[in-house]
Ligand binder design. Structure first.
Ligand SMILES: Nc1nc2c(ncn2[C@@H]2O[C@H](COP(=O)(O)OP(=O)(O)OP(=O)(O)O)[C@@H](O)[C@H]2O)c(=O)[nH]1
Ligand SMILES: [Mg+2]
Length: 391
């Protein structure tokens, strides 16, 4: 499957940059293209400069809201992020259209944090604009939820998240949720931690996107997972997980045949990887609430057999009992057995509900304060009306 990835705001742009690296990896390791376009859109010029892999021209790194924000971001006011996207939506599409491989994709993926200003406001608006323009292509969102400490120190965090989430779920074909807090690893410094988190967020897309683009016969499994399977699976609130277990690099073939235990070892390793994928889901949720699920098993061809694929299916069915489950196998690298898992159409996501609950109690107070701030600003402008200007 080929995705055009568009990041908005600092968080979204960095993750889009990570997708650009994923594509370089697919090209060099597997000779294929999975991200025909990776773009970065921001109201902050310095953040755009700080990226490393997305091409540095103005068609790939797109500055919006120039006159309004002076290239310095929207200061966490996501209404302004939304307005700027509405004003500059055509500019974004025009910039991307000039990139020749823009049309080669199966779907769009728009990325941003829920709690900032630019990404949180721009992702829903651009999703709506893209859906109107390209009715035949699904538009997916990947939304990053804030760390716990940000929720307690910054009131806008919850407000932005709630308004962003309510908006994206009404326009996008599916919304991948990622909770930053789930990725906190205490042994990294914050900056490295964010890069490491971004790498972990993007990693599960690697096999998933590559599997359907494979053309070499030795890498084609008995059930190939392609863009159609993925598109059929994705709907509404969606989470991803990824698990890996190591397997011995080499075992004598005659021993493998004789050893009645080897089959159970493979099954055990497979279940272990599936279990990790479920435990490490990108946001806490209960698989029983999923309407659809998909898993991809990637392992050396000799380790893979239909029994193993079936075992994994029944294991998952035991947990996601309401879900229609699709699957695929992908004969790949030696030494490990990897499971990529997608749960979609979730009917309950506690974290999302908690944002809605938290702001519905204080919505009138927040609106009152917003109005007060706007009134004060207007008063100041009014008072300055008769003061001569030096400009
Ligand atoms: N995973 C991850 N989270 C990030 C990254 N950068 C920022 N965040 C999170 O994103 C939120 C802040 O959003 P930003 O993307 O910085 O905001 P923005 O969209 O640029 O909006 P403004 O700066 O207000 O114009 C916080 O919750 C951060 O923890 C990143 O590289 N990776
Ligand atoms: Mg910013």
């Amino acid at each position: 499957m080929k995705l055009v990835v568009i990041g908005f705001g600092q968080c979204g742009c960095r993750i889009s940059d990570e997708f650009a690296r994923l594509n370089s990896r697919a090209r060099s390791q597997r000779g294929m293209e999975i991200i025909p376009g990776a773009f970065a859109v921001n109201t902050d010029a310095a953040d755009l400069t700080g990226l490393s892999t997305i091409r540095p021209d103005y068609q790939h790194r797109i500055l919006i809201g120039g006159r309004r924000t002076g290239g310095h971001g929207v200061g966490k006011i996501n209404e302004v992020g939304a307005e700027v996207a509405r004003d500059d939506g055509d500019k974004i599409i025009d910039a991307m259209r000039t990139v020749e491989r823009f049309f080669e994709s199966d779907a769009f993926l728009l990325v941003g944090s829920s709690s900032g200003g630019t990404g949180s406001g721009a992702v829903p608006i651009m999703t709506q604009i893209l859906k109107e323009r390209y009715a035949d292509k699904p538009v997916y969102n990947l939304i990053i939820l804030p760390f716990e400490h940000e929720e307690s120190t910054e009131e806008r965090t919850i407000y932005n998240s709630a308004t962003c989430l309510k908006s994206v779920i009404t326009v996008a074909d599916a919304v991948f949720l990622v909770d930053n807090q789930r990725y906190v690893r205490k042994d990294f410094s914050l900056k490295n931690n964010l890069s490491e988190i971004n790498r972990l967020i993007v990693e599960p897309f690697y096999d998933l996107l590559c599997a359907g683009e494979e053309t070499k016969s030795r890498y084609i499994g008995s059930k190939m997972l392609d863009a159609g399977d993925i598109i059929q699976t994705l709907t509404g609130w969606t989470v991803m997980g990824y698990g890996k277990s190591q397997i011995p690099l080499f075992r004598f073939p005659f021993l493998r045949r004789l050893d009645f235990r080897s089959k159970s070892i493979e099954t055990h390793k497979g279940i272990q990887a599936m279990d990790e994928a479920i435990t490490e889901l990108s946001i806490r949720c209960n698989p029983v609430d999923a309407d659809r699920a998909l898993y991809l098993l990637a392992a050396p061809a000799r380790e893979m057999n239909m029994d193993l694929v079936k075992e994994l299916g029944s294991y998952l069915k035991g947990m996601a009992s309401q879900a229609t489950i699709r699957n695929g196998d992908y004969p790949r690298e030696r030494g490990s057995l990897e499971v990529t898992l997608v749960l979609s159409g979730l009917i309950v996501v506690e974290k999302v509900k908690s944002y809605y609950d938290k702001i519905s109690g204080s919505i009138s107070e927040i609106k009152r304060r917003q109005k007060e701030a706007e009134d004060k600003l207007r008063e100041l402008e009014e008072a300055a009306k008769d003061v001569p200007s030096l400009l």
